[in-house]
Design a protein around this ligand. Structure first.
Ligand code: 5AD
Ligand code: SF4
Length: 442
């Protein structure tokens, strides 16, 4: 047995890919270990989305280098993910302790790369782009990591928002076939997954031919796929991340017809200013987004809306920022992520004039986060006293408690038997703390 330690940064796509890397390396005798100290192979599955995410990778590599020296150089270090894709050669040059660099479309070739490395021949850098080959070649057997399982249905993006590296690191939009997705979903169902989360950088851009087994055939969109997955026996279905432009009628309707589809939608808007949205190449206005949310809420009135925001995009004025604050007030979010704009090499926005000063970005982020947090608390407080179905996921840090999630994805802590993990139970919500709801079995 050889120890494998994978450290995952960033989005759900990376969480999913890390599990697949673990699965592809298992036949070579690699088994997960708790800490890098016990590992023969350490993989950093990296994120390039914002500057801070990239910096973290280089400082972690510094620490690993010392660990590697302490093991006499026996430990292997691989860098995977989007930093590998974007800065592969730079990594090899800057950090000689790194043995391998492997981009997100090359994970199925990891075993071969490791074999070559042990023979000290060949190329230790693989950043080819072929999403199709990757999905076809990864092992079909999947180990569950908990009652909720990710399933990648699409990868990459063709939207080219001017701030974003995803179209460069993950490549062009690629939808997996409905047949391949359904086969993986069936396997997850048979292994006992209770919740399935369909993931993709632009998940609602998913499209494909109906599976051969479906009468009627035709072209499918995400709403059709969700209906088909819902028949497999999962208790809950989710999907993330969606783009406003791809929010089709079928998907909106699925929120009304399908009780298994959870009332939760992560729909990033990034900004409330039409000038900024245009400069970002988002291809929608603030009012387009408002009208869209109205239609979604007509279909599923209690839906919890969440979003991503960027403050301090080049050229963003006080008036532009006020428009973002107004949009947040108009929509009312259950929770949201917000970031200071950070320049990403190679993206159009990084060379735009009128970059916003750091202190202005910080002040705007602070104001926005205060508003978003007050909305989050109001939303969480509105559940106090209610009885909600909670899917229990794992034991909590606090002794004797387990953690689960409401349909709105809020974490809930309950003092009860760990045997409930993997089940949906009714919980009476009693109080809220900073990051969680707390309740008792009803
Ligand atoms: N600067 C700041 N935030 C960014 N995001 C993507 N690129 C950048 C950038 N250059 C944010 C967006 C996106 C989320 C995943 O990360 O809000 O939706
Ligand atoms: Fe990036 Fe825009 Fe594509 Fe989202 S839609 S992944 S923000 S380019």
């Amino acid at each position: 047995m050889r120890g494998l330690f994978i450290k995952t940064y960033g989005c759900q796509a990376n969480v999913y890919d890390s599990e697949r890397m673990r699965d592809v390396l298992a036949p070579l005798g690699y088994a997960p270990v708790e800490a890098p100290e016990a590992a023969d192979l350490v993989i950093l599955n990296t994120c390039h989305i914002r500057e801070k995410a990239t910096e973290k990778v280089f400082s972690e590599l510094g620490r690993l280098k010392e660990l590697k020296q302490a093991t006499g150089g026996a430990m292997r270090i691989a860098v995977a993910g989007c930093v590998a894709q974007a800065e592969g050669e730079e990594i090899m040059r800057r950090q000689p302790a790194v043995d391998m660099v492997v981009g997100p479309q090359a994970y199925h070739r990891l075993p071969e790369m490791i074999a070559r490395l042990s023979r000290q021949t060949g190329d230790a850098l693989d950043v080819d782009f072929a999403a199709e080959e990757k999905f076809d070649a990864l092992p079909t057997s999947r180990e569950l990591s908990g009652p909720s399982a990710f399933l990648a249905v699409q990868e990459g993006c063709d939207k080219f928002c001017t701030f974003c590296v995803v179209p460069y690191t993950r490549g062009a939009e690629f939808s997996r076939s409905a047949d391949a997705i359904m086969a993986e979903a069936r396997e997850l169902a048979s292994k006992g997954a209770k919740e399935i989360v369909l993931i993709g950088q632009n998940v609602n851009a998913w499209h494909g031919a109906a599976p051969a087994s479906q009468h009627g055939g035709g072209a499918w969109r995400l709403g059709d796929l969700i209906r088909c997955v819902a028949r497999l026996g999962f208790a809950r279905i989710r999907y993330t991340t969606s783009h406003p432009r791809d929010m089709g009628d079928d998907l909106i309707a699925a929120h009304a017809d399908n009780p298994k589809l959870m009332p939760y939608l992560h729909l990033p808007v990034q900004s409330g200013s039409d000038t900024v949205l245009e400069a970002m190449n988002r291809q929608h206005t603030g009012d387009d987004y408002r009208r869209l949310v109205e239609r979604i809420r007509k279909s599923r009135p209690d839906i919890a809306m969440t979003s991503d925001f960027i403050v301090g995009f080049p050229g963003e004025s006080d008036t532009d920022f006020d428009a973002t604050m107004q949009l947040v007030r108009d929509i009312g979010y259950a929770t949201a992520f917000s970031f200071k704009y950070s320049k990403r090499p190679g993206t159009p926005a990084s060379t735009m004039r009128k970059q916003v000063a750091e202190d202005v970005k910080a002040a705007r982020l602070d104001a926005l986060q205060k508003l978003l947090l007050s909305q989050q608390y109001a939303f969480d407080d509105s559940q106090i006293g209610k009885i909600m179905p909670v899917l229990f996921e794992k034991v909590a840090r606090e002794e004797g408690q387990i953690m689960g999630r409401t349909p709105y994805l809020q974490p809930v802590h309950v003092k009860t038997d760990a045997a409930l993990i993997g089940q949906v139970a009714s919980v009476k919500i009693e109080k809220r703390t900073a990051n969680s709801l707390h309740g008792v079995l009803a």
